[in-house]
Design a binder for this molecule. Structure first.
Ligand code: ZN
Ligand code: ZN
Length: 139
């Protein structure tokens, strides 16, 4: 899903709205995650932002996630980040992980029935759902 490129004003407003100082680094990191093709890892982002110090990129990612602008989730012990601001996605959507190339894609929200006794977090949908299989490119 292509997202519209946010303006610097959009980014500044979103970051300040979350109670953070709108530093250049945070604006660049947030803007890059928003326009990324799917959830990105720190390594992918650091490579895309070659001019930025890796540790700074990591700290900015964590700050933006803690402030609620990014969602952070674990895929095979690597954090992935996606934007929840500006164009709010439903945070309950599941992800598809390719078992071949490792690409992670967002999926639409899918309903499911809970008939047995399950942990409260499952009943409340406070869970992270990942589906695994081979992506279209790798088939
Ligand atoms: Zn693949
Ligand atoms: Zn997603």
């Amino acid at each position: 899903m292509p997202r519209p490129e946010p303006t610097d004003d959009d980014l500044r407003a979103a970051i300040r709205g979350a109670g953070l100082r709108a530093t250049r680094g945070r604006m660049v990191v947030l803007g890059t995650v928003i326009t990324a093709d799917g959830p990105v890892s720190h390594a992918e982002l650091a490579e895309a932002l070659g001019g930025f110090d890796r540790a700074t990129v990591y700290r900015n990612l964590m700050d933006l996630a803690d402030a609620g602008l990014l969602r952070r989730f674990d895929v095979d012990h690597v954090w992935r980040f996606e934007a929840l601001s500006l164009e709010p996605g439903d945070p309950r959507h599941p992800h598809f992980v390719c078992t071949d190339c490792g690409q992670v894609e967002c999926l639409p929200v899918m309903g499911f029935e809970v008939s047995e006794r399950v942990p409260a977090a499952v009943a409340a949908r406070q869970i992270d759902v990942q589906m695994r299989g081979v992506c279209d490119d790798c088939r």
